[in-house]
Design a protein around this ligand. Structure first.
Ligand SMILES: Cc1cc2nc3c(=O)[nH]c(=O)nc-3n(C[C@H](O)[C@H](O)[C@H](O)COP(=O)(O)OP(=O)(O)OC[C@H]3O[C@@H](n4cnc5c(N)ncnc54)[C@H](O)[C@@H]3O)c2cc1C
Ligand SMILES: NC(=O)C1=CN([C@@H]2O[C@H](COP(=O)(O)OP(=O)(O)OC[C@H]3O[C@@H](n4cnc5c(N)ncnc54)[C@H](OP(=O)(O)O)[C@@H]3O)[C@@H](O)[C@H]2O)C=CC1
Ligand code: HEM
Ligand SMILES: [Cu+2]
Ligand SMILES: [Fe+3]
Length: 549
């Protein structure tokens, strides 16, 4: 998944500066609705003290002569997994002024099991202000894995102390919990389990759990978030937790907990939805699947096209055997085309997003799903583009190394000697090649920079501005230089009749369409009138609601 800034559009509402977005935005944000201010995000996300605000806060502290203290806190903040994890930020929500109500966040929550999920859940719960009691078969050994604020004890002990228990145990082991049936009676059990394959069992895990513990109320939920998300993410406010249960009351309780933890609970109705909810994580496409299919599809199309032009055409028209071209030449015409088109597809969705925002005059409108998906896959598409471009560079360097190339050189030399031609230097051709090779190298250099900064460790060491400069600005410059590379390589060949094989134009002309559209659109967006409107929209202005800003 994208490391940060799946979308860097938007701005900090507190500083008002356009394009400034907290670097903690994780993949999955659509450009449309999220901002970094707690007040403007989803309900649960009010828990996030954003890094940007934190820096402002630090600066403020420093200005009061407490630099050392603030540095200390900054360090602490950095050290915490996921930045704001260790702060129970929502604990004081909603119950102010009513001492009789136990604040939801002060509640004790039980967790059965001490595995990956249990541990992440416990950490997140503690950070959200809950008291956590973990029930393990071997509490002594497992206690060290949990934050000190969480109590780790035997299963029965843990269950006694709370009314809401997350069952972070695999379905296969549910039956081993039957001894606890008496202590569990009347309590809420949250089933977080997943299956390994779709519809593996006849009944859903949650229904199975309910059948084992008829005296409990079972709620299905949280299976769609991974242990990793629990620890590090969920601050973007659109991570959804799907919940279902036959008890409205229990569902409401669990939904409230999810919300306080920074998730967006989604009511999926009664228990019969559990099966559907359990299948969702299995259905989700891994982030790479679509980009890889896209790359393969493009490769196949371009490969066929080049094969026809470079091999089939001479074979049919002139009975010439050019099959030796397939491994290197055809591939090296195909790879750069894939790289180039994929690179433009990285920047196209941003343009579409901006168009949508301009058209509807608001940023608070969700993008269609396909665009959301596309925005989220830009990193993978970009990295695949880089991969193809790198291969293309190596192939290109090896072109003159081939035996076929040597034969051709000698052949031409002999021919020219026989014709007594001495000066075969064509100034224009020389310049064309010098330029397109140089520009190509620059483009590849820029892409390498993008690829390097997408490594998590590097990305984490950059602030949002550096990251966005490299990804957005330098990436776009890479697209422009690639276009120059392609144009100087193609030169006037698009207008040369001999280049049209079976009426098919040279491949590079086909690849220019999308990149040039993207470049023109970006240029249009930088026109003062459009830019101004876009900036206002991204600062929260909405068409038809003048005066609200
Ligand atoms: C090798 C490689 C590696 C990559 N690695 C990553 C990665 O690790 N993580 C990742 O997220 N992406 C990665 N990408 C994808 C890509 O670089 C980023 O998604 C990049 O942010 C896209 O930039 P953008 O300008 O199109 O989009 P955005 O920055 O999201 O901008 C969207 C649109 O809004 C416009 N815009 C933004 N702000 C304003 C404003 N204030 N006024 C007017 N217009 C505005 C932009 O011009 C653009 O049209 C990678 C790409 C490549 C090629
Ligand atoms: N890992 C993830 O990202 C996600 C996991 N889930 C679900 O959470 C549940 C737990 O997953 P995960 O934490 O990864 O699994 P682990 O294998 O890491 O943990 C399972 C835990 O179950 C406890 N347990 C209780 N009874 C038994 C038993 N009889 N045999 C073996 N273990 C037992 C163990 O704790 P102890 O020894 O202390 O009793 C053990 O640590 C699963 O249902 C999974 O589908 C859901 C979404 C994401
Ligand atoms: C070190 C970097 C690079 C070198 C040395 C290089 C070299 C070349 C060469 C020699 C050709 C001509 C191939 C032929 O004769 O068939 C070419 C074509 C091309 N290159 Fe590059 N290139 C580089 C980087 C890139 C990058 C980064 C891109 C785009 C992402 C790119 C896109 C293209 C395209 C689209 C063509 C035209 C392919 C065709 O239609 O024949 N190149 N490059
Ligand atoms: Cu803000
Ligand atoms: Fe932030």
């Amino acid at each position: 998944m994208m490391v940060k800034h799946s979308a860097m559009v938007g701005e900090c509402c507190s500083t008002g500066t356009p394009q400034q977005l907290c670097s903690h935005r994780v993949a999955g944000d659509s450009l449309s609705t999220q901002q970094c201010c707690p007040s403007s995000r989803g309900p649960g996300v009010a828990s996030g003290l954003c890094c940007w605000h934190f820096l402002i806060l630090t600066a403020w502290l420093a200005s009061w002569g407490r630099f050392a203290t603030s540095l200390f806190w900054l360090k602490q903040y950095r050290r915490m997994p996921g930045g704001d994890m260790a702060k129970p930020l929502l604990g004081h929500r909603s119950t102010e002024g009513d001492p009789s109500v136990v604040p939801a966040a002060g509640r004790t929550i039980g967790v059965l099991g001490s595995g990956d999920f249990a541990r992440s859940l416990a950490i997140r719960l503690v950070c959200s202000g809950f008291k956590v009691v973990v029930g393990s078969r071997n509490p002594k050994r497992k206690a060290c894995l949990f934050p000190s604020a969480a109590e780790v004890t035997f299963q029965a002990e843990a269950v006694k102390k709370t009314d809401v228990i997350f069952v972070a145990v695999f379905r296969e082991h549910y039956s081993t919990l039957c001894d606890l049936a008496d202590v569990l009676a009347g309590k809420i059990l949250v089933d977080v389990s997943n299956n390994t394959e779709i519809n593996h069992h006849k009944e859903s895990n949650a229904e199975y759990l309910a059948s084992l513990f008829p005296a409990c109320t079972v709620v299905k939920g949280f299976n769609v978030v991974s242990a990793w998300t629990l620890q590090s993410g969920a601050r973007d406010g659109n991570k959804q937790v799907l919940i279902c249960s036959n008890s409205q009351e229990a569902k409401r309780t669990v939904a409230e907990i999810a919300q306080i933890m920074g998730f967006t609970p989604v009511d999926m109705g009664c228990m019969s939805s559990a099966c559907e909810i359990e299948n969702i994580p299995l259905r989700l496409l891994p982030a790479w699947k679509i980009p890889i299919l896209l790359a393969l599809g493009l490769f196949l199309c371009f490969f066929t096209y080049n094969l026809v032009r470079q091999v089939i055409h001479p074979y049919i028209r002139e009975q010439k055997n050019k099959f030796y071209k397939i491994p290197v030449e055809v591939v090296n015409t195909t790879l750069p085309c894939v790289a180039y088109v994929m690179l433009s597809l990285v920047y196209l969705p941003g343009v579409l997003a901006a168009c949508s925002q301009l058209y509807y005059g608001t940023k608070y409108r969700r993008f269609p799903d396909w665009l959301d998906q596309w925005l989220q896959h830009r990193k993978q598409i970009g990295l695949l583009s880089f991969f193809c471009a790198a291969l293309h560079a190596v192939y290109s360097l090896c072109l003159p190394m081939r035996r076929s190339h040597r034969y051709q050189l000698i052949e031409t030399a002999v021919k020219q000697a026989m014709e007594k031609k001495m000066n075969i230097w064509v100034e224009e051709e020389v310049w064309r090649m010098e330029i397109y090779i140089s520009v190509g190298i620059i483009a590849l250099g820029l892409l390498s920079l993008l690829a390097i900064t997408s490594l998590p460790s590097i990305a984490n060491s950059l602030n949002w501005r550096e990251f966005s400069f490299i990804q957005s600005t330098l990436g776009f410059i890479a697209l422009v230089t690639s276009t120059l590379h392609t144009l100087t390589y193609g030169w006037s060949r698009a207008f040369d009749e001999n280049q049209y094989k079976f009426y098919l134009p040279p491949t590079y002309t086909l690849t220019l369409l999308v990149p040039c559209t993207v470049i023109l659109a970006k240029v249009a967006f930088s026109l003062p009138c459009i830019q101004h409107r876009l900036q206002r929209i991204r600062r929260g202005w909405e068409k038809g609601r003048e005066g609200t800003l």
